[in-house]
Design a protein around this ligand. Structure first.
Ligand SMILES: Cc1ncc(COP(=O)(O)O)c(C=O)c1O
Length: 379
C-alpha cells in the first residue's frame, strides 16, 4: 500500500496544541513536535475496533505486548532485555521526571546539555534538584558532546543524573558507539546515572548512521541507564500518551516504580492497542515516512542555507531543523517569522538564544509554502 503523506488534513478545531496556537491567523504552525500526517491505517483500524467494542476500562499490559517490545529491540539493535526491566508510562516526560525524582537527594545536581528539549531544563527543579547545563560543541558542522566540560561538571559536587537525548532533539545528532562509550565511561567514573531519552530513535534520516541504545553497548552501560522509548513520535500518536522505560538495575527499577505509585497512572487503553499494532503491523508505513522525511529534510536544508543570515547543519535525524538565525540580527525571530506567516519554536526555551526550530513533519506543499514565506520576509 502506498501512503499519501502529501494529503493535507485540516487540524483546526481538533484540540491540537500545534494548530490552536494560531487559530484564525494565517500562520503555518511549524513548532511543537507532532507531524501533520495521519497515523498508519492498521493502527487506526485497531483504534476503531476498540471504540466499537465500547468499553474503555482499566488496563493491564498484555504479555504479548511486552514480548513484542523485547523482540523488536532485539531485531533492531541486537539488544536483549527481560520483561521485568520494562515499565510502562503514560509519557516520556512523566518518566524523565520520575528519573529526576529518584536519582540522588535534595540539592544534588542533574546535568544536561544545551540546547535541550525544554522539559529537560525544568524537570530537575520539579523535584528539588539543581540543574547544570553544558553547551554542545560544534565539530564538523555537527553538535557533539563536550566531554571535558561534562567531566568538570560531574567532578564538582554531587551529580546524580545526566539527561541524554539520542537522537538529539533539537540538533539531530545520532551518537556513534564511540561517543556513547565515552559518555558511559565518564558517567560510570563519577557514579552518574544516565537517563537516555530515545524517543526519536526511529527517525534516523542519514543513511550512514544508525541508532544505538545507550544501555545496549555494555553491561556497565545497562546497569547505569534508564532508557526511555515510545511509539508516539514515530507513528504520530503523541496524544495517546503511551511509552515505556527500560531499567535493568533492580534497585533503580524498584525506586522508579515506587516513586511512580499514586502519581503516574496506567497507560490508557487506546494507547496500548495503538502501540501493539504500531510495532507489529506498521513497518511499511514507517519505511515510507522516512523516505518522505528525507526529501523534506533535503528541501529544508537547501532553502534555509540560502536565506540571508540563516545557517543549518546537516540533519542526521528527527523531523526538526535547528536553525542558527543570529546573523539575521533580528531581535525577536519568532515574532518576525510569525509576521511572515510561519510559527516556529524559540531557541531561548531550549537554552540557546539566536536559534529557531522548524518542524518539517508536514505535507511537502505546506513545507514549501512556509519556506517561501520565510525567504520572502528575509529578502
Ligand atoms: C526528546 C523528547 N522527549 C520526550 C518528548 C515528549 O514525550 P511524551 O509526549 O511521551 O511525554 C519529546 C517531544 O517532543 C521529545 O522531543
Amino acid at each position: 500500500m502506498k501512503y499519501n503523506f502529501d494529503e493535507i488534513i485540516n487540524r483546526t478545531h481538533t484540540s491540537s496544541m500545534k494548530w490552536e496556537k494560531y487559530r484564525g491567523r494565517d500562520i503555518i504552525p511549524m513548532w511543537v513536535a507532532d507531524m501533520d500526517f495521519k497515523a498508519p491505517q492498521p493502527l487506526l483500524d485497531t483504534l476503531r475496533q476498540s471504540i466499537e467494542h465500547g468499553i474503555m476500562g482499566y488496563t493491564l499490559i498484555p504479555d504479548k505486548l511486552n514480548e513484542l517490545i523485547i523482540e523488536n529491540l532485539y531485531t533492531l539493535y541486537d539488544w536483549k532485555i527481560e520483561k521485568e526491566w520494562l515499565i510502562w508510562t503514560p509519557g516520556v516526560v512523566s518518566a524523565l521526571n520520575v528519573a529526576c525524582a529518584v536519582c540522588g537527594s535534595s540539592f544534588d545536581k542533574i546535568v544536561t546539555t544545551t540546547p535541550a528539549y525544554p522539559p529537560f531544563l525544568t524537570a530537575p527543579s520539579n523535584h528539588g534538584k539543581l540543574l547544570a547545563t553544558v553547551p554542545m560543541i560544534e565539530i564538523n558542522q555537527r553538535a557533539a558532546l563536550d566531554y571535558h566540560a561534562l567531566e568538570k561538571e560531574f567532578k564538582s559536587n554531587n551529580t546524580s543524573l545526566f539527561m541524554f537525548c539520542n537522537p538529539y532533539n533539537p540538533c539531530g545528532s545520532v551518537f556513534t558507539k564511540d561517543e556513547i562509550n565515552q559518555l558511559v565511561e565518564l558517567c560510570t567514573k563519577y557514579d552518574v546515572i544516565i537517563c537516555s531519552d530515545e524517543i526519536h530513535s526511529d527517525f534516523v534520516l542519514d543513511q550512514n548512521k544508525y541508532h544505538i541504545p545507550t544501555a545496549s553497548i555494555s553491561k556497565t552501560a545497562a546497569n547505569q541507564t534508564i532508557t526511555l522509548m515510545a511509539p508516539s513520535k514515530t507513528y504520530n500518536i503523541p496524544g495517546l500518551g503511551c511509552s515505556f522505560a527500560i531499567i535493568q538495575d533492580e534497585n533503580l527499577r524498584k525506586k522508579f516504580k515506587s516513586r511512580s505509585k499514586g502519581l503516574i497512572p496506567e497507560v490508557n487503553l487506546l494507547g496500548l492497542f495503538a502501540t501493539k499494532t504500531a510495532y507489529k503491523e506498521c513497518h511499511e508505513w514507517l519505511a515510507q515516512l522516512i523516505v518522505y522525511l528525507r526529501k523534506n529534510r533535503d528541501i529544508v536544508q537547501e532553502h534555509i542555507n540560502k536565506m540571508p543570515g540563516c545557517r543549518l547543519n546537516p540533519i542526521e535525524s528527527t523531523y526538526l531543523a535547528w536553525i542558527d538565525v543570529k546573523d539575521t540580527n533580528i531581535d525577536d525571530p519568532i515574532a518576525f517569522f510569525e509576521q511572515a506567516g510561519v510559527g516556529l519554536s524559540d531557541g531561548k526555551f531550549f537554552g540557546q538564544k539566536g536559534f529557531v526550530r522548524l518542524n518539517f513533519g508536514c505535507p511537502r506543499s505546506v513545507l514549501e509554502k512556509g519556506l517561501r514565506r520565510m525567504a520572502a520576509a528575509l529578502l
